[in-house]
Design a protein around this ligand. Structure first.
Ligand code: NAD
Ligand code: TYD
Length: 356
């Protein structure tokens, strides 16, 4: 069972899974603004995938689904996932990320208590989380290891940290066979254009300003989404029960470097009519409140224990991503109609340009 299966990473996970295996998946997704069944249009009618529209907080529904489908594992992607939205409206983050994870854990515990033998021994609950729970690094600090103290700074990361703690507690208290992954910033196909990379591609192609927060020197580690999905499959297959695995793309970059790389890729793939570079659209705007300065991941545990390393470099992953957005304008135009415009006005309408 895959929760959040119609979101960005969840849908990539389902597609990759069914490319490698015939084992069926039941998806559970509330289809919020971020959940888009169109992401899985290519497997429409495939009997290996069933989508159930519903909320992870809906105890009756989740309990029914667990009894009906008797999954051998749950992979929990369902969440509110955007930091800026959590700043404008934290309530949904508390509800889904904390209360929702709690209810999902309760249902899973009841289900797991009622199964026996091999089915019980091999069952796994995999919780997909973020590196943002660790807080912000200084320029010379060592990358986040799994032993790093939790210091979340945004309502989003605080709600994910709370969910990680609940997952941990269900293992220590009830013995639930859990695995937790904490991954860095993903990018790739089907990412909603509220996040940095798809937002910049979308704005650039529309000739709109590219809004870089603050001085553009905040650092993130970027991972191509299929590498993340591959790592989750590996953790599910061979991770030690009760353990946490950090997952990173080995690509630490300043935001402004990411935006420059995107502009250069677009200049090559879709030159502007007037011959100018997309870089001329870059606009530095007022910073995000509480903006974490740097994230970086130490991958050594997952490398050592599970033999996983990312396959894509930032250059190869970005080239695939830019190509996907250029080839899928209909997908972009569907998700950027209606409520998306309201979000752009809420987040960017009141954010003045800062001259640097
Ligand atoms: P997303 O916002 O694209 O997708 C979230 C999905 O969850 C959507 O399909 C949405 O409809 C669904 N959902 C939301 N609330 C729900 C609820 N109450 N019940 C059922 N479904 C619900 O997010 P994403 O980028 O795909 O992230 C997936 C997971 O990975 C999240 O838990 C996120 O914290 C984590 N993560 C994301 C990144 C990243 O860079 N995007 C990095 C590390 C970890
Ligand atoms: P984002 O994609 O929102 O991911 P996260 O906040 O979870 O890391 O943002 C990535 C980085 O890009 C982050 O440092 C904030 C910055 N950013 C901008 O500069 N401009 C934007 O319009 C957005 C959405 C993000």
């Amino acid at each position: 069972m895959v929760t959040g299966s119609s979101g960005f990473i969840g849908s990539n996970f389902v597609l990759d899974w069914l490319r490698c295996s015939d084992e069926p998946i039941v998806g559970l997704d509330a289809l919020t603004y971020a959940g888009n069944p169109e992401n899985l249009a290519s497997i429409q009618g495939d009997s290996r995938y069933t989508l159930v529209r519903g909320d992870i907080s809906d105890t009756n529904l989740v309990a029914d689904l667990l009894l009906r489908y008797a999954p051998r594992a749950i992979v929990n992607f369902a969440a509110e996932s955007h930091v800026d939205r959590s700043i404008h409206g934290p309530e949904d983050f508390i509800q889904t990320n904390i209360v929702g994870t709690f209810r999902l854990l309760e249902c899973t515990r009841a289900y797991w208590s009622g199964i026996h033998g091999d089915q019980k021994a091999s069952f796994r609950f995999t919780h997909v989380s973020t590196d943002e729970v660790y807080g912000s690094l200084g320029p010379t600090d060592l990358p986040f290891s799994e032993l790093r103290r939790y210091e979340p700074n945004s309502p989003y990361s605080a709600s994910k940290a709370a969910s990680d703690h609940l997952v941990r507690a269900y293992h220590h208290t009830y013995g639930l066979p859990i695995l937790t992954t904490n991954c860095s910033n993903n990018y790739g196909a089907f990412q909603f254009p509220e996040k940095l990379i798809p937002l910049m591609i979308h704005n650039a192609l529309a000739g709109k300003p590219l809004p870089v927060y603050g001085d553009g020197k905040n650092v993130r580690d970027w991972i191509y989404v299929c590498d993340h999905c591959d790592a989750i499959r590996r953790v599910l297959e061979a991770g030690r029960v009760g353990e946490t695995y950090n997952i990173g793309g080995c690509s630490e970059m300043k935001n402004i470097e990411v935006v420059h790389a995107l502009c250069d890729a677009l200049d090559a793939a879709r030159p502007r009519a007037d011959g100018s570079s997309y870089r001329t659209l870059i606009s530095f705007v007022r910073d995000r409140p509480g903006h974490d300065r740097r994230y970086a991941i130490d991958n050594s545990k997952i490398e050592r224990e599970l033999g996983w390393t990312p396959k894509e470099s930032f250059a190869t992953g970005l080239a695939k991503t830019v190509r996907w957005y250029l080839d899928n304008p209909a997908w972009v135009s569907h998700v950027t109609s209606g409520a998306y415009r309201q979000w752009v006005s809420t987040n960017y309408g009141t954010r003045p340009e800062v001259v640097r």
